[in-house]
Design a binder for this molecule. Structure first.
Ligand code: NAD
Ligand code: ZN
Length: 368
């Protein structure tokens, strides 16, 4: 059935987000409709409002939510009404070459549908009946969302929605970059550039992985304070030093793993430069498609350095989301502390402003 829902929409690149009442259609085959309980505000949502992430407007934002299944489509067997689920902005078809080789974040079918459901259509309509695209096949910054089952992961009902939601992006992305992409070993020396929702999770991933040194790098003192609370052993305020990479090298002698969680070629250069011999720099931040980075080519062979990327923490969502929630329940990952502030959906524009001002670890929109 069709449902009216308040939703956070980007109508035009460069304009503030709008809260609108939209229509969310019921599920078709292999789809489910979710009543959203909470949705985190990620920098990637912001980047989609400027065209840095070039998903075409009009676009329903949101890709980091938890909710309850309220309607299931034909053929759905893995979910039933009342199940708690977390959204995943990658779907895994399970059949393409990338899924079969164990790399579902690279799913070839998901890549074809970055701002629609996997079949190329949407269940979201604006007031004039026009189609509204959905961020990452999700569009979950809304009271309701209809998604393909491949974009949903069933989770433990005892975890509060506002904590579970964050596993859909920030936690999976940061922790997964450490566990899955980099495979940080105990005793490693590490650095994290950019201490937002994603970077804080890279820090706590490094703690859980047993890193010896974790250097947090940001230009905002409040973020560096949060970094220490999440387990950073050292901090560098780049507004106080001439060269962030040199400062990290001075503290550590060169790190084994550096994580770029900002989304800028200049910061990728810093992350690469602060590596010791044999080090790996992992690029997590999403930069403008025109952005470029430059490295000293010789250091790749002569120092056996590695530069690699990480998409949603190289997740296998159906395995990793419950794994992360298990670590939270065991007291080994902080999720409560990530939620600095909750917002009513009417205050979504404020939540975006607060993220840009660096006020929150994560701001989360919660629904009644
Ligand atoms: P955020 O806005 O919460 O945090 C960004 C942080 O970077 C802030 O603390 C800011 O002060 C800091 N910063 C800005 N410029 C800096 C610089 N030059 N050096 C060091 N720190 C600097 O953002 P977020 O939600 O944590 O997202 C971080 C990045 O990760 C974004 O680019 C986002 O699009 C990307 N992202 C990637 C994936 C993925 O799958 N790879 C998933 C989610 C988000
Ligand atoms: Zn995100």
């Amino acid at each position: 059935m069709d449902r009216k829902a308040k939703a956070v929409v980007c109508r035009e690149w460069g304009q503030p987000v709008q809260v609108e009442t939209i229509t969310v259609e019921g599920p078709r085959r292999d789809e489910i409709t979710i009543r959203i309980g909470a949705c985190g505000v990620c920098h990637s949502d912001q980047s989609a409002t400027t065209g840095k992430i070039p998903y075409p407007a009009p676009l329903v934002l949101g890709h980091e939510a938890a909710g309850v299944v309220i309607e299931v489509g034909e053929g759905v067997t893995a979910f039933k009404e009342g199940d708690h689920v977390v959204s995943s902005f990658i779907s895994m078809c399970g059949k393409c070459r990338q899924c079969v080789r164990g790399r579902p974040v690279l799913c070839e079918n998901a890549r074809k549908a970055m701002f629609t459901l996997p079949d190329g259509t949407v269940r979201t309509k604006g007031a004039d009946g026009e189609d509204l695209n959905v961020f990452g096949a999700c569009g979950v910054m809304a009271e309701y969302a209809t998604m393909h089952v491949d974009n949903c992961v069933k989770v433990d009902e005892s975890v509060p929605m506002q904590n579970a939601a964050l596993v859909g992006c920030a936690v999976m992305t940061g922790v997964g970059a450490v566990f899955n992409t980099a495979n940080v070993e105990p005793g490693s020396r590490t650095a994290v550039f950019g201490i937002g929702g994603v970077g804080l999770n890279a820090i706590q991933g490094c703690v859980t992985a047993g890193a010896e040194m974790i250097v947090a790098v940001d230009n905002n003192e409040k973020k560096l304070e949060m970094a220490r609370e999440f387990g950073a052993t050292h901090t560098v305020n780049i507004s106080e030093v001439e060269d962030g990479a040199k400062a990290v090298k001075k503290l550590t002698g060169g790190v084994d793993y550096a994580f770029e969680c900002v989304g800028a070629g200049a910061v990728v250069e810093q992350a690469y430069k602060c590596l010791g011999r044999g080090g790996t720099a992992v690029v997590v931040g999403v930069s403008d498609p025109k952005d470029r980075t430059s490295i000293t080519t010789l250091t790749l062979p002569a120092d056996e350095k590695t530069l690699k990327g990480s998409w949603l923490g190289s997740a296998r969502p159906q395995y990793d989301f419950p794994r992360i929630l298990g670590l939270y329940k065991a007291g080994k990952l902080k999720l409560d502390e990530l939620v600095t502030r909750t917002y009513h959906i009417d205050d979504a524009p404020q939540a975006f402003d607060d993220m840009l001002a660096g006020k929150n670890a994560r701001g989360v929109i919660v629904f009644d």
